[in-house]
Design a protein around this ligand. Structure first.
Ligand code: PEP
Ligand code: MG
Length: 565
């Protein structure tokens, strides 16, 4: 019998490999009371440690955008006078540098871990990481490394910090299993970017697993098998073969156009949060970007990104896409997404509160800065603007007015941009579904955001585990909303896409095709499969299928038909 451990699924996949245990040794902290004459020397020690570690980070070999983002985040934290001032203050109270650093970091970590915000809680890990690295520096030692690694390694750790993963020998890593961490932790994001399975929040996996144990990760099921028996191993070897064969088969279609057997073409794009995701999307056959979640640029920074900072990212994306479209969503912050450098007001219902466009209208400088950066990037390729959380025609009119001002500003400065840049809205509120026929008159296209649409149509919080069974896009109320939106766009001779998670659900592909969806924007890994389904069906068959489903009255009946297609 195999030992099976479960965890939170941070990235889906299957892997068979050998465990590489990476558990950090406990660092002893030297504690003493300083003589007054020692204070200056101890302050100099901490300043040198910070300078040395910053230099290490600056010289680190970087192969991905995500690594660079982690390094930048750490450099930002090291540069923050708050850290050095807090430590200095303690030293000036006669506490030695090691102990002063240790206590300062602990205070920061405790404070951050007590916050309600999941994203900020995860950042506590970054502080712990920085604290550890600085302690090594103070002690003149080097920490254990994750590079080079043996082939086919599954890294098992109590906690993998962003710096650990940045310096990791990724070519030989098949998966991660961690005691700590949540879905939005840096390590989880890195695993998703690399396309390797990861389980986090496993509590004690680093105690249960020994170095070189044989492991199977099945993160579709959220399971880790430790030293599996021969039967289990054979089952998974077979599964791996099937996955590889399917992957190989799909390799052949990934760069094909998504055209049905009766000659109806749709566009398959990808969702991205950064340039790395775009590269992965293009490698998987994406025909454009249907959603650039720009809030990541804001969340992974320590200040509101400047026009230049944003422009350079958008321009890079446009250039990589060549003439393929890039849909940039304007800042969609608030709800569950916050910023480390900006205090949001306490709200009773943040998902119904001050978020997205509502914030942009109140912080016009921030909004105009982003619009300027987007417009400037539009001079280099096909860029479209996408507005989140729209509920009324007034909002679109207001954005158009603001956009005019920004355009005039650029014209006055003789800066190039696409004067006919297209504007679309995310249809993700019940209000926008109900008045879709009006809204479409003021925009060029719709992009349906099923993640929020499902939560708002059903009044089911998308992040609440207790009611997660009710959160289901196959609910007839949501499906009929989607159909209404697509029809409204078509009646006005415009197009409707989808960038919510439902577009990436390959069980829903035929249904959405039949409903008339024109563009699917999905995570990179799902693109080949979506194309494969479309290429192998007809629009006629898909339409009949969707008509049959739209008549059904219950989610159970709909899922039955979907599962038996
Ligand atoms: C959505 O709501 O479907 C969407 C794509 O936006 P987000 O998940 O970023 O809210
Ligand atoms: Mg949304």
């Amino acid at each position: 019998m195999s030992t099976i451990k479960t965890g939170i699924i941070a990235s889906e996949g299957i892997a068979i490999g050998r465990a590489y245990l990476f558990v950090k040794e406990k660092l002893e902290v030297d504690t003493r009371i300083l003589e007054d004459g020692e204070i200056e020397g101890e302050v100099a020690k901490i300043q040198k440690a910070i300078a040395d570690y910053s230099k290490d980070l600056e010289n680190m070999e970087v192969s991905t955008e995500t690594q660079q983002e982690v390094i930048n985040a750490h450099l930002g934290m090291l540069d923050d006078p708050f850290l050095v001032d807090t430590v200095k203050n303690k030293i000036e109270n006669n506490i030695n540098a090691e102990k002063a650093l240790h206590d300062s970091i602990n205070e920061m970590v405790t404070m951050m871990q007590s916050l309600d915000d999941e994203y900020l809680r995860e950042r506590a890990t970054d502080y712990k990481d920085i604290g550890e690295r600085l302690l090594y520096k103070l002690q003149g030692r080097e920490p254990k490394k994750l590079s080079p690694l043996p082939k086919d390694t599954i890294v098992v750790s109590d906690e993998l910090t962003p710096t650990d993963t940045s310096a990791m020998d990724k070519d030989n890593v098949l998966g991660f299993a961690m005691d700590n961490g949540g879905k939005t932790a840096h390590t989880s994001i890195i695993a998703q970017t690399l396309g390797i399975p990861a389980l986090v929040g496993m509590k004690d996996v680093s105690v249960s697993v020994k170095d070189n144990d044989l492991l199977i990760m099945d993160t579709f099921e959220g399971k880790l098998y430790i030293n599996p028996d021969e039967d289990t191993l054979n089952i998974y070897r077979e599964k791996m073969e099937q996955i590889l064969a399917e992957k190989e088969r799909l390799e052949a279609v990934k760069f094909e156009k998504a055209i049905t057997k009766d000659n109806h073409q749709v566009e398959i794009a990808c969702n991205i949060g950064n340039i790395e995701d775009l590269k992965l999307g293009l490698a998987n056959g994406a025909e454009g970007v249907g959603l650039f979640r720009t809030e990541f640029l804001y969340m992974e920074n320590n200040h509101f990104p400047t026009e230049e900072e944003q422009f350079s990212v958008y321009k890079k994306a446009v250039e990589l896409l060549e003439d393929k479209p890039l849909i940039i969503r304007t800042l969609d912050i608030g709800g569950d997404k916050s910023l480390s450098y900006f205090k949001f007001p306490e709200e009773e219902n943040p998902f119904l509160g001050w978020r997205a466009l509502r914030i942009c209208f109140d912080m016009l400088d921030v909004f105009k800065t982003q619009l300027k950066a987007i417009l400037r990037a539009s001079a280099f390729g096909k860029v479209r603007i996408l507005l989140p959380m729209v509920i009324s025609v007034e909002e679109i009119k207001k954005v158009r007015e603001i956009l005019e001002e920004v355009k005039n500003d650029l014209k006055a400065k003789e800066i190039d941009f696409d004067t006919n840049i297209e504007i679309g809205i995310m249809v993700e509120t019940p209000a926008s579904v109900i008045v879709a026929e009006d809204l479409i008159k003021y925009v060029d296209y719709f992009s349906i955001g099923t993640n929020d649409l499902t939560q708002y149509v059903l009044a089911v919080d998308r992040g609440n585990e207790k009611i997660s069974k009710l959160y289901n896009t196959y609910n007839p109320a949501v499906l009929r909303s989607i159909k209404k939106v697509i029809d409204a766009a078509h009646k006005a001779d415009k197009w409707a896409g989808m960038c919510g998670g439902f577009a990436g659900d390959t069980k829903a592909t035929k249904l959405l095709l039949g409903m008339g969806l024109d563009e699917f924007s999905a995570p990179a890994a799902n693109i080949p499969k979506i194309k494969d389904i479309i290429i192998n069906t007809t629009l006629e068959e898909a339409s009949e299928f969707s008509e049959e489903i739209l008549k059904l009255e219950t989610t159970t009946e709909i899922e039955e038909v979907i599962n038996n297609q």
